[in-house]
Design a binder for this molecule. Structure first.
Ligand code: SAM
Length: 256
């Protein structure tokens, strides 16, 4: 590994550039993504390469995607000569991640696009079984939420329909430079063996069920299912009270 360029430039915070500097946490995230070893990893938003360094030890091939050109140049210099590392310059949301499957996905992701990144992972297939993301604590709580709680909503159900979600670690603001204003947490998404059938229709149904969070299912679903929405046993409940299996069953019964 060659000497890194000094990186004293004032970096644009709008790109979510808070760099994690605690080795123990970085290692925990890398192990959560790779286990003892995994063949290929895709890292989103490598920044100055802190997580990259830990991932490199645990994989044979690492693809990193970074939007900030200065950081791309920095990474190319810092890791010059490391053949298993491939630095890609670009926006992750415009990048076709499927070209690198099978692979694990990891990243201390920019918080301003966390939901689209999670949704991008969810839209991939079984060749991408695991994603480990460091996200804003509030988003981690939504991903991990259980029915009947304030955080349980569309993102929770869309994620848990496809993945088992696990908390890896909580990370305080002072583990970053510069520190973000909010707490963070590492989450591990493990794709379930078989996705539900009619996934896109099911997601539309979940979205309709949560359209007005305080309204009952009867009121949210009546515009789409008419009087049938009144006859379901759950009509008087709110979407946040249904567990994942109930969403699947209710959608199947209303679609039949
Ligand atoms: N992984 C590094 C770490 O842990 O120190 C940096 C994490 S920082 C929170 C997020 C990184 O994502 C920054 O390097 C930022 O430039 C990059 N980034 C922001 N928007 C991006 C996008 N749309 N596509 C790819 N990278 C992006």
């Amino acid at each position: 590994m060659s000497q890194a360029l000094p990186l004293n430039l004032e970096l644009p915070r709008k790109l979510g550039q808070h760099f994690l500097v605690r080795d123990a946490i970085l290692n925990q995230l890398a192990v959560a993504a790779c286990g003892r070893h995994t063949q290929r990893v895709v890292e989103i938003g490598p920044g100055k390469g802190a997580l990259t360094r830990h991932l490199l030890v645990l994989t044979d091939e690492l693809h990193v995607i970074e939007l900030d050109l200065r950081l791309v140049r920095h990474l190319e210099t810092k890791f010059a000569g490391i053949e298993k590392l491939h630095v890609h310059s670009g926006d992750v949301l415009d990048t076709d991640l499927s070209q690198w499957g099978p692979a694990a996905i990891a990243g201390n992701v920019p918080y301003y696009i966390t939901s689209p990144i999670v949704e991008k992972f969810l839209s991939l297939d079984a060749r991408f079984p695991i994603a480990v993301f460091l996200v804003q604590l509030e988003v981690a709580e939504r991903l991990l939420a259980t029915p009947g709680t304030r955080d349980y909503g569309y993102l929770t159900v869309a994620t848990q329909l496809l993945c088992d979600v696990q908390l890896v670690c909580r990370v305080p603001p002072n583990a970053f430079v510069p520190p973000p204003k909010v707490g963070s947490a590492g989450v591990r998404l493990q794709r379930k063996a078989s996705p539900p059938e009619n996934l896109s229709e099911l997601l539309r149904f979940v979205s309709r069920s949560f359209a007005h969070k305080r309204k009952t299912l009867r009121n949210n679903l009546r515009p789409f299912y008419g009087e049938r929405a009144d006859s379901i046993p759950e009509a008087g409940l709110r979407a946040e009270q249904l567990n994942i299996d109930q969403f699947v069953r209710l959608h199947a019964s209303l679609s039949s």
